[in-house]
Design a protein around this ligand. Structure first.
Ligand code: ZN
Ligand code: ZN
Length: 358
C-alpha cells in the first residue's frame, strides 16, 4: 500500500511539474503572439519627363512601407507637396497643396513636428487620394517605420526613406510633374521577443529550477538519513540475532539417530543429508540445520529457512524496530521526516529492550 501511495505522489509531482511547465510555455507563446507585428512594403512607381533630355523616366522600387492603419491597396495620382517651404511637414491645418495636374493627387510630406495622423488628416482635408510621408533624421538612410495613425484609416498612407523623399522634393521644386503609382509589396510578419516576456520566462525558469533543486536536495538528504538509520538498525538486529542464536539448542548427530536415515529431510541451507558427528542447531520451531549452515543465515535473516519463523519473536526478543527492516526504501519519503525520527527513537528504545531481554 505504501508503494502505491509513493507512486501516486510521484506521478502527482511529475504531472504538477509538467503542467506548470506547459502553463509557463503557453504564457510565453501568448506573449510572443501579442508582440507579433504584420506590415506590408509598398512598390513606389514614379514617372516624369526629364526637362533636360525630354525623356520619360520611370522608376519602380519597393522602398515604401504601408502605415499601420492605412488602406492596403494601390493608389495613383500626381505628386504634390505643401506650397510653402516653411510647411513641408503639413502640420498646419491650412497647408495648401498645389498639384500640377487635375484629378487624383498624392501628398508628399516630410516627417516631424506633428503626428502622422495630423499630417494625413490635413492632406485628406484637401482631397488627397493618398499620403506619402518621407522619413527624416534616421541613422539608416533606407529606414522606414510602420506609421501609427489611428482614426485616418480610410486612405492609403505610406512611408518612404529620406533619400527617396529628398529626390522627389527636388523634382517638385523644379516644377516637374511627377506621377506616382503605389502598389502593395510583400507581407512581412515580425515577431518581437519583448523584454517583459524575457523577464517573465527567466523568472519562472529560475523559480522552477530552485523548486526542483530544493526537492532534489531534500530527497537525497532523506535518503541518506534513512540509509543511515537502516544500517544502524541492521547492526543492532544482527547483534540481537547473535544473542538469540547463543540461546538456541545445539546437538551432535549420533550413529543410528533418525536424522541419519535416508528419508529424513536434508539441511535446507546446503541441501546435504546429516551424517554422524554433524553438529546441528535446533530452532524453536523444531526445524534443525547444520550449525555452520544456519548460524550465518540467522545473523542475516533471523528467520527459519524452512518455515520463516522469526527467532527473535519466538525467544521474546522482538521489538517494533524489527519492522523497519521490512520497510521499502521509499516509505520514509512518503511519510516524511517525522516518521523517521520516530523510528530512530524506537530503534534506541529497542536497543534497551534487547539488552534487557538478553
Ligand atoms: Zn547444511
Ligand atoms: Zn522452522
Amino acid at each position: 500500500m505504501a508503494l502505491s501511495v509513493i507512486q501516486a505522489c510521484r506521478s502527482l509531482a511529475l504531472s504538477t511539474w509538467l503542467l506548470s511547465f506547459c502553463f509557463v510555455h503557453l504564457l510565453c507563446l501568448d506573449f510572443t503572439v501579442a508582440e507579433k507585428e504584420e506590415w506590408y512594403t509598398a512598390f513606389v512607381n514614379i514617372t516624369y519627363v526629364d526637362p533636360d533630355t525630354a525623356e520619360v523616366r520611370t522608376e519602380k522600387t519597393e522602398c515604401g512601407r504601408y502605415g499601420e492603419h492605412s488602406l492596403k491597396r494601390e493608389a495613383r495620382g500626381v505628386l504634390a507637396m505643401p506650397a510653402t517651404t516653411q510647411d513641408r511637414q503639413a502640420c498646419d491645418p491650412n497647408s495648401r497643396f498645389t498639384p500640377r495636374a487635375h484629378g487624383a493627387w498624392i501628398a508628399l510630406i516630410s516627417r516631424g513636428n506633428c503626428t502622422f495622423k495630423d499630417k494625413i488628416r490635413h492632406a485628406v482635408g484637401h482631397n488627397a487620394s493618398a499620403v506619402v510621408i518621407f522619413n527624416v533624421g534616421s541613422s539608416n538612410p533606407n529606414e522606414t517605420i510602420t506609421m501609427p495613425h489611428p482614426g485616418t484609416s480610410d486612405v492609403v498612407a505610406i512611408m518612404i526613406p529620406e533619400p527617396k523623399g529628398r529626390e522627389l522634393v527636388l523634382l517638385l521644386e523644379r516644377n516637374i510633374t511627377v506621377h506616382m503609382h503605389i502598389t502593395i509589396g510583400t507581407r512581412n510578419l515580425q515577431k518581437y521577443v519583448s523584454r517583459t516576456s524575457v523577464v517573465f520566462v527567466s523568472i519562472s525558469f529560475i523559480i522552477l529550477m530552485i523548486i526542483s533543486l530544493a526537492w532534489l536536495v531534500f530527497y537525497y538528504i532523506q535518503r541518506f538519513r534513512y540509509a543511515n538509520a537502516r544500517d544502524r538498525n541492521q547492526r543492532r538486529l544482527g547483534d540481537a540475532a547473535k544473542k538469540a542464536i547463543s540461546q538456541l539448542q545445539v546437538r551432535t548427530i549420533r550413529k543410528g539417530d533418525q536424522e541419519t536415515e535416508s528419508d529424513f529431510d536434508n539441511c535446507a541451507v546446503c541441501i546435504e543429508g546429516y551424517k554422524p558427528n554433524d553438529v546441528v542447531r535446533i530452532l524453536p520451531c523444531r526445524h534443525l540445520f547444520h550449525k555452520g549452515c544456519v548460524d550465518p543465515w540467522l545473523v542475516d535473516h533471523r528467520t527459519c529457512p524452512m518455515c520463516k519463523m522469526n527467532i527473535l519473536k519466538a525467544l521474546g526478543l522482538t521489538s517494533s524496530a524489527e519492522c523497519l527492516n521490512e520497510l521499502p526504501m521509499d516509505y520514509e519519503l512518503a511519510v516524511g521526516g517525522v516518521a523517521l525520527n520516530a523510528m530512530v527513537m524506537s530503534d534506541d528504545v529497542m536497543g534497551g529492550d534487547v539488552a534487557g531481554g538478553a
